[in-house]
Design a protein around this ligand. Structure first.
Ligand SMILES: *Cc1c(COP(=O)(O)O)cnc(C)c1O
Length: 394
């Protein structure tokens, strides 16, 4: 075949990347729901275990369906390697634990998804890894946090829930000058709108649960990067600790990837309309959206993102007003997920960020009036009407 999939356009990568057909020639990717694989002879088993012959051994190490998903996502990301995991949190845990040892130090942006924050503040310290939290928008803060034993930086950009944006290229430079690796949680931007590896990041992490499935069905995650780092940091951990993605979930995600570009672009168009309608309403104290010119890091966004994404945050001034807004929604669901075809809104202070101590919530600007909305694929007129009605009621 003369075609190199790495030269394909994004849409082609999403539909055909990683496709490995069985001898039946099926059009739709096959679901190989098998734990293990048979060998033609004892010699063949010996060669496969020795790594001298290609082929699958056991689902915890690899599976044809899971590998199709990994290959397709790697091709989309422009990464040499991808490891699929059972959830986004398994991916974050793998990404960090593969880079550090007892006695090492991590620097993390302080606006993080609640469970990512818990891994940094509670879990890593149990194993002798210290974590310093910084204001991810302040480059001086990153540089000042570096210690001789700093091995990894972790940043989520845009961050949950207020869509704070970090200059990834600048933070990558600080990390590399310190001899540390930069891990970027790219969930909010999606692989369609932001390419952290091209900006200098070493590792990209996804919760595939969000836009990659995109239809609210299964959990999944992925860690991506280039060789040899991916093999050195993660191969043995994946093999021996077992965060593997189920082939069934990998199959769902593979089909999700086929429509990712279409869905994310439409969601982003809808989100821009919803954000503008919110910002024009008298009850809105503030609106945060990466596609709006009034975003505080609009200049960084213009350099590193090619779309605004589907998440919008809205400040209604008080928890009472925020809850009145949620309770008046008729189409948009009250739910804490994001990236789904169905629009949903949540009150982060009492849901997703409930476990973040109040002083830390306030440090990232998360006061009780904020709502986070994940804009879906419904008609934009219906969404704007629903949100406007809820604002009227707030
Ligand atoms: C949802 C989410 C995660 C965790 O992913 P799961 O698939 O739910 O484990 C991590 N980071 C961000 C930014 C997320 O939105």
């Amino acid at each position: 075949m003369s075609e190199d999939p790495r030269d394909w356009e994004v849409e082609t990568r999403l539909v055909r990347g990683g496709l490995a057909r069985s001898p039946y020639g099926e059009i739709s990717e096959a679901l190989f729901l098998t734990q293990s694989f048979a060998y033609d002879s004892a010699e063949a088993a010996d060669a496969r275990f020795a790594g001298d012959a290609p082929g699958f051994i056991y689902q915890r190490f690899g599976n044809p369906t899971t590998q199709m998903f990994e290959d397709r996502l790697a091709l989309l990301e422009g990464a040499e390697s991808c490891r699929a995991t059972a959830s986004g949190m398994a991916a974050i845990t793998l990404a960090l634990t593969g880079l550090v040892r007892a006695g090492d130090h991590v620097v993390a942006g302080r606006a993080l998804f609640g469970s990512c924050r818990w891994i940094c503040s509670e879990y890593l310290p149990r194993f002798g890894v210290e974590v310093t939290f910084v204001d991810a928008t302040d480059l001086t803060d990153w540089a000042n946090a570096v210690r001789p034993n700093t091995k990894a930086f972790l940043v989520e950009s845009p961050a949950n829930p207020l869509l704070e944006v970090t200059d990834i290229a600048a933070v990558a430079e600080i990390a590399h000058a310190a001899g540390a690796k930069l891990v970027v949680d790219n969930v909010f931007a999606t692989p369609i709108f932001q390419k952290p590896l091209q900006l200098g990041a070493d590792i990209v992490v996804y919760s595939a649960t969000k836009h990659i499935d995109g239809q609210g069905r299964v959990l999944g995650g992925a860690v991506l990067g280039n060789e040899p780092l991916m093999s050195e940091a993660y191969k043995d951990i994946v093999r021996h600790t077992g965060p593997a993605l189920s082939p069934f979930n990998a199959w769902v995600m593979l089909k999700g990837l086929e429509t990712l570009d279409l869905r994310v672009r439409r969601q982003s168009e809808n989100a821009a309309k919803v954000a503008d309608a919110m910002a024009a309403h008298a009850k809105a104290k503030a609106v945060a959206y990466c596609g709006r010119a009034d975003h505080p890091q609009a200049e960084v966004i213009a350099r590193q993102m090619s779309g605004g994404g589907n998440v919008v945050a809205l400040d209604l001034g008080s928890q009472e007003a925020a809850w009145r807004f949620l309770n008046a929604l008729e189409i948009v669901d009250i739910s804490n997920n994001l990236g789904d075809a169905k629009s949903m809104a949540t009150h982060p202070s009492t849901t997703t960020h409930r476990s973040t101590p109040e002083d830390e919530r306030l440090a990232i600007g998360l006061t009780p009036g904020w709502i986070r909305m994940s804009v879906g694929l419904e008609g934009p007129g219906d969404l704007v009407r629903d949100v406007t009605r809820a604002l009227d009621a707030a």
